[in-house]
Design a protein around this ligand. Structure first.
Ligand code: PRX
Length: 656
């Protein structure tokens, strides 16, 4: 067994990291990106660089202008017209590649399906025609609440085909979270599955949808895809429900695509910010596809004729949007899609899939890599992983220990690793190695993708030159950047463009070494990264305060060996409520119920008082120190310094 991995050491060890790895010569010789001068060329004229990628897509009408930049609002490929589903489906089928496998899908119980690009095109067209028959038109919003099944990708392409704006909500979110999102976007239709399999259990998704939609008057219809394989759930058919088979299966298998403006919305995807209300991140069509296509091609070195690509992210997150449904499909590559848990029935489920489908490029999250380490080296060792030629990671800083384990036990010293930094807002990978060119270092995402402008700034916004640390900002617009927050332009401006005027504030701390490599250090705001999932402390605090026993709550993210971070809640009870273990458990479940299991606090600590500044602001930094068992930081601005000592004692009692 390997040692229990430690995410905790990430930041401390990161900067002492001097190991480095050159791209293997055989890899470099065949790489899509071979010529290091592309960095310089893209830098000199980033518009021409991005336009050279846009030209590889199929446009109904070419753009008149590459970029119109009216800070902070960008328009890319102005005047151009295209359809997203055409890039990912029709182009390949028309080129005679309809029989190429788009997805090797596997359900958790072991049922499997193979879908070609022709199947995916037909499926998307049937959905598109069915949506039109239900009265859905260009610009209408459609919410998707589905597990990892090919029908989800078909539905996204089906919406894109007729210009409906889709919004996928991760199927682990609660009814309340789903309701909030549907209400925010005023969706007319919900597409869902009745259930899905996770760790041997059937999750009932339809009941969650029923609960959410009961409070969403904008929703006219709910279309239900049946998971089958014994997956009948307890949910009941409602008057507005339609079976997927009745709504779509009998529709024609072709559908003329809507010619969309490059800047027409493609999708809305919600992500957590620093307030309690999630932000509906808006992505548009032409620029988004261009960047998803280009980065898939260069970062993952896709060779569609021979590669089998597997991105393990759920489609409910941005990684699944850009690197399952759009980027790889625009490149026409074959992919693996898996429904369930990585350790069901055994911890080698992934490796068995890699071997069986001869996966050549594998993209996952550091939290998964740390789980693989914990489960033991023997699981990957049992399988023939010789098909793998490139590995990737995304979602949080990777600790060098996990990076090196990944290289050794999965990449067998042969595969380059691309550590890719980006965000829901950026739409595509922005800081990353190019695997045939870049010398990699464990824990560093290395350098900005060609054409991307990144910089570090200090508290006052002064740019840090050379080696040093600061806040990561982006200095130029890029094609897949968010175009706004759904219904809230002011928040868009305030969140991203006001802290350092003229530059996009990413919310991450970062160091740059003497060679110009970027080392991402994690969030600098009240956003947590739990097992690669983004959560806001405020959202969890609101969920705690929603409980009738709670008067006040403060939540902090504390380091966790597997998840990177985990939420811990400090709670002040209302008079008449006793701090009992049962109540603590109740509160934890209350958060899970309101947000979803992913937000469940690791623990709840009852406090007699919360540390506050004299102006009444909760000092989360001190709570973090308490939860991490660190010596207490500066408490001079505290209204009552004794509070922290008392809390610390309580926390330690709880720990022991
Ligand atoms: O803190 C950074 C971290 O994840 C945040 C973005 O989260 P989300 O929008 O959910 O998107 C995740 C998938 C793209 C970033 O602000 N992050 C993402 N990738 C990395 C990372 N931190 C360090 N290294 C990365 N490679």
């Amino acid at each position: 067994m390997s040692q229990a991995p430690t995410a905790r050491k990430t930041i401390e060890t990161l900067l002492q990291e001097h190991r480095h790895f050159q791209p293997p010569a055989s890899f470099a010789a065949q790489a899509n990106a071979r010529d290091p001068s592309i960095y310089e060329r893209a830098d000199q004229d980033h518009e021409a660089w991005w336009a050279s990628w846009a030209e590889k897509l199929h446009w109904d009408r070419k753009w008149d202008q590459v970029l119109h930049w009216d800070l902070p609002f960008a328009r890319w490929f102005v005047g151009g017209k295209l359809n997203a589903s055409v890039q990912c489906l029709d182009r390949h089928v028309q080129a005679g590649l309809g029989t190429r496998v788009a997805f090797h899908w596997e359900g958790e119980p072991g049922d499997a399906r193979t879908l070609t690009y022709a199947h995916m095109l037909e499926g998307a067209c049937r959905v598109a025609n069915g949506l039109r028959a239900l009265g859905i038109r260009k610009g209408d919003r459609v919410t998707l609440y589905m597990p990892m099944v090919p029908e989800l990708a078909m539905a996204m392409h089906g919406c894109a085909r007729i210009g409906a704006i889709f919004s996928v909500v991760f199927a682990g979110f609660s009814a309340t979270s789903l309701k909030d999102r549907i209400q925010d976007q005023q969706a007319r239709l919900v597409l869902c599955a009745d259930g899905c399999w996770r760790r041997g259990k059937l999750l009932d998704l339809k009941t969650v949808v029923d609960e959410a939609v009961a409070e969403c008057p904008s929703v006219e219809r709910v279309v239900v895809w049946r998971r089958g394989a014994g997956a009948a759930t307890a949910s009941r058919k409602q008057a507005r429900d339609l079976e997927w088979s009745a709504a779509f299966d009998h529709q024609p298998a072709t559908c003329a695509p809507e010619s969309m403006d490059a800047e027409d919305p493609l999708y809305i995807l919600y992500t957590s910010g620093t307030t309690g209300k999630p932000k509906g991140i808006l992505h548009t069509t032409g620029g988004y596809l261009t960047a998803a296509y280009a980065t898939s091609n260069l970062v993952f070195d896709l060779k569609p004729e021979t590669d089998v690509f597997w991105c393990t992210a759920d489609i409910g997150w941005v990684t699944g949007h850009s690197y399952v449904v759009f980027g790889p499909m625009a490149n026409g590559v074959t992919q693996v899609m898996y429904e369930g848990a990585p350790n069901h029935p055994n911890p080698d489920r992934f490796w068995e899939l890699v071997a069986r489908h001869k996966v050549s490029i594998f993209y996952t999250a550091p939290t998964a890599i740390r789980a693989f380490m914990k489960w033991g080296d023997e699981w990957p060792a049992k399988h023939d992983l010789s098909s793998l030629r490139l590995l990737g990671t995304v979602g949080e800083p990777i600790n060098p220990e996990a990076w090196v384990w990944y290289l050794h036990h999965i990449g067998r010293e042969r595969c380059p690793i691309v550590d890719t930094w980006w965000q829901t807002e950026t739409g595509s990978i922005l800081i990353t190695p190019l695997p045939g060119i870049t010398r990699t270092l464990p824990g560093s995402a290395t350098r900005p993708f060609p054409g991307v402008g990144a910089a570090l700034v200090d508290e006052q916004g002064n740019e840090v030159q050379g080696a040093g640390g600061g806040y990561l900002v982006l200095t130029r617009p890029w094609p897949s950047m968010l175009r706004g927050i759904w219904g809230d332009n002011e928040r868009y401006h305030k969140t991203y463009w006001s802290r350092f005027p003229g530059r996009y504030f990413a919310g991450d701390g970062c160091k740059r070494d003497e060679e110009g490599n970027y080392w991402l250090l994690g969030r600098v705001d009240d956003v947590m990264n739990v097992a690669g999932h983004r959560l806001s402390t405020m959202e969890i605090e609101s969920a705690l305060v929603d409980h009738p026993a709670v008067a006040e709550a403060a939540v902090v993210g504390v380091p966790h060996d597997l998840k990177g971070q985990t939420p811990v809640g400090f709670v002040l009870l209302r008079a008449g409520h006793q701090p009992t273990p049962t109540l603590a458990q109740d509160l934890i479940e209350h958060v899970a119920k309101l947000i979803g299991g992913l937000a469940r606090p690791e623990r709840v600590i009852f406090a007699a008082e919360l540390p506050k500044t004299r102006s009444g602001k909760i000092m989360r930094r001190l709570l973090r120190d308490v939860a991490e068992g660190k010596a207490l930081g500066d408490t001079t601005t505290l209204a009552d310094p004794k509070v922290v000592e008392e809390l610390k004692q309580m926390y330690e009692e709880k720990e022991s």
